[in-house]
Ligand binder design. Sequence first.
Ligand SMILES: Cc1ncc(COP(=O)(O)O)c(C=O)c1O
Length: 466
Amino acid sequence: MGKEFSIVPREVPPVESKYRRIRTPLPHPDSVSTLARLRQFEPQSMRGQPPLVWDRAEDIFVYDKYGNRWLDWSSGVLVTNAGHADPDVCQAIVDQVNSRLLHNYCFPSEERAALAECLAGLAPDGLKKVFLLTTGSEATECAIKLARAHGIRTGGNGKIGIVSFERGFHGRTLGAQQAGGMQGQKNWIVNLDPAFINVPFPDGYWQEDTRFETLLDRIRAQGFESSNIAGVLMETYQGVGPDFAPVEYVHKMAEWCKQHGIVLIFDEVQAGFGRTGKFWAFEHYGVTPDLICCGKGISSSLPLSAVLGRESIMDLFGPGSMTSTHTGNPVCCAAALASVRKIVGRNLTANAAALEPVLIEGLKAIQSRHPTVVGRVTAKGLVGGLQTVKPGTKEPDHDLAQSIIERCFHKGLLFFAPVGAWGQTVKIAPPLTIPRDALEEGLEVLSEATDEAVAAVHDQTLVTIP
Ligand SMILES: Cc1ncc(COP(=O)(O)O)c(C=O)c1O
């Protein structure tokens, strides 16, 4: 279980810079009653983020009510690609509300038609059907269902295997969590479906063997042949890093899928919509999937997700039999359309690509000062990660990542809580609107916080040695 940040107000040094302003104790004493009410009325699973009661968020900033302003490197949770409360997105939402169409189930609407057409236009050739949903988990569940239905249609009941990756994440619902690769998160399921097969993710660090043949070995070891596999579900990059698979591995995998009629699914819920410096992150591999799962950055705001795919797969279910109550809610569609237009129109994808070298160099500079405890740094576009380990080992160090994030919070740089299978990653994901000097300012803060956190651990070690 992840750690919690203290909600006891603490005096912190004031900060006044171009992008940050901290002028009160943190959390602000007046916000503690809200934090306490949340602790009283919500399940404890909802705790764990830095204790900042958000008042408003605009572009690259998050504000509380008390005059403090954070430079946001969370984008919520990689949602606000076009910036928080982008004026065009806000206007689209307001206009839609004023039109008095807030809900229309699966009845036709212009809003759904416009967004479906827009997304189909952005998808690779051959992926021209769009099914709108609400959450990322719904999108991955739907893709799993489509892949299995396709497998049964083409190969009978023996072709239902879903291959996915160790340490992967696809959501917290039953199918998504079975496909996910965090063993500890699946204990509640007990009777796991044996047709979900986790194989090692070839990141080259935690998993040093990056050969594609390892995937084949693993599925055979679980009693499956290629002909039994219905689909492969892969996060385009694993969120823990971001960690990409080797291009060669993915090429071989795509070839294998084609050869055996296996549906290739990229989970772009986190990776899509410009985040990695390409509109779709799978473009880095130079392959085209059969299905794409989208969410998060699709709207930069309201809950919306989508599955995009080939007609032959997307049309497997007849009229009325693959729907959802909030399928393509018109307000969410209006927000998503405005957000996608902003990402494309302002070429935010190019901004992410242009800033990648700044991000990776900044992270490498931090690692070079602390090579024994910053085990791995990675970045693609405007998503990056700094993974902490116990000195000189590959043993993940959650406490160090937590301490770095808390120190940044006190300095006006906002991250969400550490992520990764062992909570070892400080994840960097600012809105794609961030200018270069704000990225540089944030890197300086992260660097300072890492120095302090490492020094604090070192001091403690000195104190405890007799
Ligand atoms: C890669 C990936 N897939 C699926 C999901 C699940 O999305 P949601 O939380 O909207 O259900 C997430 C959420 O973090 C994700 O990162």
